[in-house]
Design a protein around this ligand. Sequence first.
Ligand SMILES: [Zn+2]
Length: 130
Amino acid sequence: MAIFDELTKKAQAAGEKVKDIAGVAAEKARAASDTAKVKVAIVAEQRELEKNYRAIGEWFVSEYEGEVPDAVRDVVAAINVSKARIAELKERDEEPETGAEEHVLKTCPVCGAASDSKFCPDCGAPMGEE
Ligand SMILES: [Zn+2]
């Protein structure tokens, strides 16, 4: 699986970098003897950790082709649901206000055109409540 070789290589490269960073981090930790500073440092490192984990996840989802492994299938599915939901919400956000509470298509009682506006865009007749 080429994709996993690639992923392993990247992880190894990241591992080398982490060793250097770990050395620097140890120095920083010694310097930050104050408890508050240590707490802040922990939060900062956790953010960094999350950022890097997220980068791996984003790379995986965008680059992965083919069968998603069982271990992450649910997570990838949830990501795709969220992406679709965001796209849908953005689309709704871009649409002009119609004054309608719900985004429901109604059928014109006169000409049968479908619209979610109060008046038919084709013949101008009131669309009614449903
Ligand atoms: Zn009409």
